[in-house]
Structures are given as C-alpha cells and as structure tokens.
Design a binder for this molecule. Structure first.
Ligand code: GLA
Length: 385
C-alpha cells in the first residue's frame, strides 16, 4: 500500500469514528535491520534502514484534556484516557503504545493537549518489522507538531522507547524508534547505542544488481513474553561478572568472554561481542560499495543468533537454508527472535529461484507459504498531510 492510500484510510477512519476532520496525518515506517541484532540494549552498534511501509495516524486536537485512540485493524471501542490520569498501567494492549508516548512526553515536561487519533497500519503486529515503534513514532510526531512541542528527533526516539519500556512493558532497545525517525532513503543508519552517535551509510542494492528480500516466516512473537527480557538480563549479568558497564566494552577484546564460567552466559556474550564486530565490518564494506560481500556476515550473524544467542526458530532456519542454497548471498533472522522475518540478500537474477526454493521448502514442512517482499531503504517518519 502506498503512503497516500494509507493516509486516505487513516483520515477516513478518523472521520468515521469521530465525525470530524483530522488536523493532519502523520506516518512512521517500520524497519529492517541489516545487521546488529540484540546489540542495542547492550550499548552496541546497529545498522537498520526504514521501510516504505509503516503506520499512519490521523489526529486532531480537542479542547478536553483527553487522549483517545482507535485502530481499525485492532477494532474494539476507542480507548480514552485523561492526561491527568495518564500513568503506566492505566491501559494495556496496543493502545499502551500511543498513549505511552503522550505519557513519556508529559514526563519530559512536554505535555501535549487533548487529542483524538485514528490508526491505520500496513505492518502486521508481531511480524518483526517494528509496527509498535512505527505507531509510537507516528503518534509522537503528531502530538509534537499539533501541540507545538519542540522535541528533536533523537530525543523523540528516546521518549518513544521509554513509552515502550516503562508504559507498555516491553524491555526493548532504542533501535526501532531510531530507525523510524532518523533514517533516509537509500541509506542505512549506523547507530552507536552507547553514545547516540549516528552515521548514514549509503545502501542502494539495485545500483549493484541486488535486492533485499523480507521473508515473513509466519511465526509471530511478542517482546513482552519474557524470553526477550531473559536474554537482556543475561547480557547484563555477563557484563556484571566481567566487570564492564556493558558488553560493548569488549568489542576490541572478545577473548575476555571466555572468562565467564557459565557456558550459557558465555554463549550469549559471545554473540553480542561478535555481532558488534560484524556491524562494523558490514559498514566498512558498504562504505566501499561492496554490498555483495555483506552476505557472509549475514550468514555468520544468523549462525550466532541460532547457536549462541538461541533466539532463532525452525521456520527461520529453513528459510535461511533454502534461500542461500538457491542463490542468496546471505540471509539471517531479523529482530528479537522466536518469530518474525528473515532478511535475504539476493542477486536480482536469482530472485525467482530463491522464491521458488522457499515455496518448496515450506511446502515440504507443510507450513503456510511465506509472504516475500522487497525491502527498499526509504524515508523516515513525516507528516503526510
Ligand atoms: C527488537 C527490539 C530492538 C532490538 C531487536 C533485537 O526488535 O525492539 O530494540 O533489541 O529486537 O536486535
């Protein structure tokens, strides 16, 4: 769906629900992470890019001190909360993400006024493309612009992340919100999650005869289900035992990880430390236009996520194997794990054979056919009308 169609639908949803015209429509994209998985919350490096698809919110100010949100996709009655009573725990489920942003802004002294919001998404929740971050970021931009709040984008990303952690209760890192708000078309975003430093790195696969495919493996996940948080705690524990503030500190001395007595903690830490190195190696390749050579790094990332961090799932492993056997230069699971998508780097002229191989492999397992789409590095969040 194009952003224009999405905006039309959001505006129509607003009119239907509130019997009024919205003040505007704001859009925030989902993201793909090229490489750098489970590194953001340990102060490491990530390399995401924004997708063309995402979440649109149609929004309008109201004189009352109430924030109301509704979503066509989620259905149900609109969720309405007065700004006065907006505290963590007042609501759960999908509405906690947009309401959490209003809360985080208020907590930071940037209090929005009364607002009504209608949400329209073309990212499936739980599909691993950061629909929740897109919803937060679109809401954040809308609230700031409508109520004259001056919040720089990197700060807004931090507030949206805070909403997700402290209001919606998902212990995720800063990558998804940063990607949604800070990326640019034809670029990936190298983000140093310790310092906040960023660099836009050129990423234009078609220019070199390649394409990046996102394969929806059909398995769904939730970051609030405990397993993501458990991995995060392991990383913190490993850092504590090694006497460093975060595993990022070990990027240049990876062998220190061997000092961990517990084999499971050692595996977890080995993934994070090696993954940070892979991000830097991938950036060096992209800077010299050698995207094809990133393929082997994707393979090593997947193996590490599967064997050391243990967050892969059968549909992902099969997709990675089938895609690479059919000509992909590399492929890996993406996002937090236990469900979601696989990213494959594929020469344009191998795309058909890769798709056919995926179809065959999934049929063999009696799994539902995986949806496949091309991921094009796109613009970050913006006002659509
Ligand atoms: C999820 C989280 C991110 C990040 C990834 C794993 O997408 O939202 O913050 O931790 O998992 O890299």
């Amino acid at each position: 769906m194009t952003a224009t169609v999405l905006a039309d639908r959001a505006a129509a949803g607003f009119r239907a629900r509130y019997d009024a015209e919205p003040d505007g429509v704001w859009f925030a994209p989902g993201r793909v992470n090229l490489i750098g998985e489970h590194t953001d919350y340990t102060g490491g490096f990530v390399l995401p890019f924004a997708l063309g698809t995402g979440v649109a919110v149609a929004a309008g100010r109201v004189p009352s001190g109430t924030i109301t949100v509704c979503s066509r996709e989620q259905g149900g009655d609109p969720v309405s909360v007065t700004l006065e009573t907006l505290t963590a725990g007042v609501t759960t489920g999908w509405a906690a993400y947009p309401l959490g942003v209003a809360w985080a802004l208020s907590e930071a002294g940037q209090r929005p006024g009364g607002t009504r919001i209608a949400v329209e998404a073309d990212l499936a929740p739980g599909a691993g493309l950061s629909s929740s971050a897109a919803l937060e970021c679109a809401t954040g931009l809308a609230l700031c612009e409508m109520h004259g709040l001056q919040v720089p984008r990197q700060e807004l990303a931090a507030l949206a992340s805070r909403a997700e952690n402290d209001f919606a209760g998902a212990p995720t890192g800063i990558m998804d919100q940063s990607a949604s708000l800070l990326c640019q078309a034809a670029h990936a975003l190298l983000l140093d999650c310790r310092s906040g430093e960023m660099e836009l790195v050129p990423l234009d696969p078609t220019a070199v005869g390649l394409t990046m495919l996102v394969i929806d493996t059909g398995a769904r996940h939730a970051h609030t289900d405990g397993r993501y948080g458990e991995r995060r705690r392991s990383c913190e524990e490993a850092a504590r035992q090694l006497g460093v503030s975060s595993l990022r500190e070990l990027t240049d001395r990876p062998d220190d990880v061997q000092l961990l007595a517990d084999p499971q903690l050692r595996r977890r830490a080995r993934h994070v430390v090696s993954e940070n190195r892979r991000v830097l190696d991938a950036v060096a390749l992209l800077r010299r236009g050698a995207l094809a050579e990133v393929g082997p790094l994707l393979m090593r990332s997947h193996a590490s996520l599967r064997d050391e961090f243990e967050v892969s799932w059968p549909e992902a492993d099969v997709a990675v194997e089938a895609a690479t056997a059919a000509g992909a230069l590399g492929a890996r699971m993406m996002g937090g794990g236990f469900g979601g998508p696989v990213l494959a780097l594929v020469p344009e002229d191998q795309r058909r054979s890769v798709e056919a191989a995926l179809t065959a492999a999934y049929a063999q397992h009696n799994w539902q056919q995986p949806a496949v789409f091309e991921a094009v590095p796109s613009e970050s969040a913006r006002r659509l009308r």
